[in-house]
Design a protein around this ligand. Sequence first.
Ligand code: UVW
Length: 359
Amino acid sequence: MNTPGRQRRWKQSPPGSHWGEFGDDDQLGRMNLVDKAKLMQGLAEVHEGRTFCLSLPLDHPGGAALNPRRLPAQRFATLRDGASAGAQGFCWSYSSEDETLTDVVCDDVLLMNTQYSTQWDSLAHMGSRFDADGDGVAEVVFYNGYRGGSDVRAAPQNPEPIADWARFPGPSADRLGIENLAEHGVQGRGVMVDLERHIGRCREAVGYERLMRVLDADRVEIEPGDMVCLHTGFADTLLAMKRQPDVKLLHQTGSGLDGRDGRLLNWIVDTRLSCLIADNPAVELVLPRLTTPAPLRRPKLPLHEHCLFKNGIHLGELWLLTPLALWLREHQRSRFLLTAPPLRLPGAAGSPATPIATV
Ligand code: UVW
C-alpha cells in the first residue's frame, strides 16, 4: 500500500522496471501473485501424494572453487563436556549439573553463507547504481527505490573470532530481506521447463526463440503467479562430483537464460510469472566479457538486474530439479505443488531452502 501524503522514494525508475506495481512500499514483488487462488491451483496438481526434495545436501557444492566468495558451512557443537560426564566427549550431558541425570544433548552452531548451496535470492541481494532521485548522480538503490546504506545495509564481514558472536549484530537489510518471503509463505503452483530434455547438458544461453520452442514442444503453459523452474541438469552433475567440484567441467555444463536478450526479459515480465528458479548457479548464464566495445554502464548479470532490481522477481538457484523433471517427463506433466519457504531470518540477503514438490 502507498502511504498517503508521503513522498515517493524515487523520482525516476529504471527503464523496463515496474516499481510501484504492488504499492510503493511493497517488498514482495511478483510473489504477491502467489495468492489463495494460486495455492488452490497448486493443490489441484497433487494426484499421487508423492514428494520430491529439491535441495542439494547443503554441504554441496563442496569447497569454494565454484564461487570463491562463498565459503562452505562450518558446524560446531555449542558445548561439550568431557568423557568424565559420561557423554564420551561428543555431546553435552546433564550429568554435569547432577550426576543422577541421564540426558545427553547435541546442539549445533552453523556458520554458513546463506547462498552457498540451494538458495533463494531476496530482493536485497542485488541492486544497482542508478539515479532514482533525479539529481544527476547515481546512488545505490534496490527494488522499489529502497536505498543502499539506509534501507539495505551491508552486514559486517565474517565475525572473528567465533567467540565474538555475541556481539555480532547480524545482517541488516531493514527492507527487502528474505523474511518478507518467509512471512508470505512460498506455496503455490510450480511449472517445470525441461531445458535439458532439448538441449542436453551443454552450455547454451537460452534466449526467447529457443525458450518458446521448448515450451511449444512440451506444451508447457505458464500463467500469472506460476513459479517457474528451469531444469538444466547442472545440480545433478554437481551432486555426482561428491563435493569435489570439477569447476572446468562445470563451466561447460548446463544451459541458462540469456539475460542480454531483451525479448526474453519482456516475456518474463509479460507472463507475470512470480519467480524464476533453476538448478544452475545464477538462473542466467554468466557470459564471458564482451569482445566488442560495450556501453559504458551495464550490469554484469542483466537477468538479476531485470528480476531482482527492476521487477521484484525472486530467484532460486542451485535447486536439485533432475529427479522431479524426469518423473514429470515420464508422466507427461509439467505442473506440481511447490512448497519452498526460505528461513525467516530478518534482514538476510538470501536463504538456504529445502523446497518440496508434491505431485
Ligand atoms: C551472485 O553470484 C552475485 O549471485 P547469485 O548467487 O544470485 O548468482
